[in-house]
Design a protein around this ligand. Structure first.
Ligand code: NDP
Length: 338
């Protein structure tokens, strides 16, 4: 199948690209500039241009940004949309988080409807952030599933970057489902909602400072920042990036995925467990927290549950262990100097 993958330079997209190529698909991926295309090309020296090509989309927040990228010969049959800002280094929540997420998503859907009539399916990487009810905290009596929506408002979104990111994912996903309902396009929609994504990096990274947001905590641990106290875990649900890539590819391939959200989580992790895994496998790091260092544990009052039965039953997902995910991540960070 000929597939358009947005945001090819990203942590998750790099794994999705590998998995698509392994499954025999031919891929055009969007990147912001030719330099980023070159780095991806270098990572796949044996893949011919017919199976891996690039389209330059400098800023997804601009209306019509994808008008040209969705046009291809042979034409696309599916689109996977991963590009969206995921970081908290913002001074303007609307311009830097909400607009690229929302306009990026609706703009892409409009471009597909207008210029790519052969597309039968669009898969969007949303987030657990679009499910989780932040103010409810650890909410021990709750089980989160695809039924749940983050109730965050625009006013709350503008309060700080963390709210801004969660709202960007919530509003973008809502806009996508609304588009399908209103515009009744030729294609159907599949949405993937992963929580914290961990695992090895395969994308081009020129320094550990440029590491993607979700892997930062593991870098911080091996760099000694957790030596005296392990920070609070935050959101305790996670998934391995390779499992998530497989979920994206199945979401393109399986007809029965159409029209559904998939809460893509392996289950729970804590920062304390991450520290224990790193200490057991990488004794060469001298500034790790000892086994009795405080912090980073599960909340004593209990925690919400997560229901991942849909992704297992419809897409057949098997989950990687936290131990394998962290060990492979640290090994990959060592190749960039960790
Ligand atoms: P990365 O930061 O590695 O990737 C984000 C991608 O989006 C990059 O390719 C980036 O391009 C691109 N992008 C961001 N803003 C723009 C813009 N304005 N114009 C063009 N391209 C843009 O993060 P991840 O791989 O982790 O995230 C991928 C997707 O997965 C996102 O939608 C994110 O919300 C979602 N997600 C991630 C989770 C995680 O824990 N990692 C959890 C849940 C969801 P560039 O590198 O050039 O800036």
């Amino acid at each position: 199948t000929r597939i358009l993958l947005t945001g090819g330079s990203g942590f998750i997209a790099a794994h999705v690209l590998e998995e698509l190529l392994k499954h025999g698909h031919s891929v055009v991926t969007t990147v912001r500039n030719p330099n980023k295309a070159e780095r991806i090309r270098e990572a796949h020296p044996d893949v011919p241009k017919e199976r891996l090509d690039f389209a330059i989309v400098p800023d997804i927040a601009i209306g019509g940004a994808f008008d040209q990228a969705v046009v291809s010969d042979p034409p696309f049959e599916a689109v996977i949309h991963t590009a969206s800002p995921f970081h908290f280094k913002v001074t303007d929540v609307k311009a830097q988080l909400l607009d690229p997420a929302i306009i990026g998503t609706t703009g892409l859907l409009q471009s597909v409807r207008k210029n790519a009539p052969s597309v039968k399916r669009v898969v969007i990487t949303s987030s657990f952030a679009a499910i989780l009810n932040g103010p409810k905290g650890n909410w021990p009596e709750k089980t989160y599933s695809e039924e749940d929506w983050n109730p965050i408002t625009l006013e709350e979104a503008l309060q700080n970057p963390s709210n801004g990111y969660r709202a960007s994912k919530t509003f973008a996903e809502k806009a996508a489902w609304n588009f399908i309902e209103r515009a009744k396009p030729n294609f159907d929609l599949v949405v993937i909602n992963p929580p914290l994504v961990l695992g090895p990096i395969v994308h081009y990274l020129n320094s550990l400072d440029a590491l993607n947001t979700s892997n930062e905590r593991v870098r911080n641990c091996i760099q000694g920042q957790w030596k005296d106290e392990i920070p609070d875990t935050g959101v305790f649900a996670w998934v391995d990036v390779r499992d998530l890539a497989d979920i994206h590819v199945k979401a393109v391939e399986l007809p029965e995925a159409g029209g559904k959200r998939f809460f893509a989580t392996a289950g729970f992790y804590s920062n304390k467990e991450i520290a224990d895994i790193v200490r057991n496998h990488f004794p060469e790091y001298k500034n790790l927290p000892g086994p009795d260092i405080k912090g980073g544990d599960y909340p004593t009052e209990g925690l919400y549950k997560v229901d991942n039965s849909r992704v297992k039953s419809v897409l057949g997902t098997k989950f990687t262990s936290l131990e394998d995910s962290i060990v492979d991540l640290v090994k990959s960070l060592q190749t960039v100097g960790a």
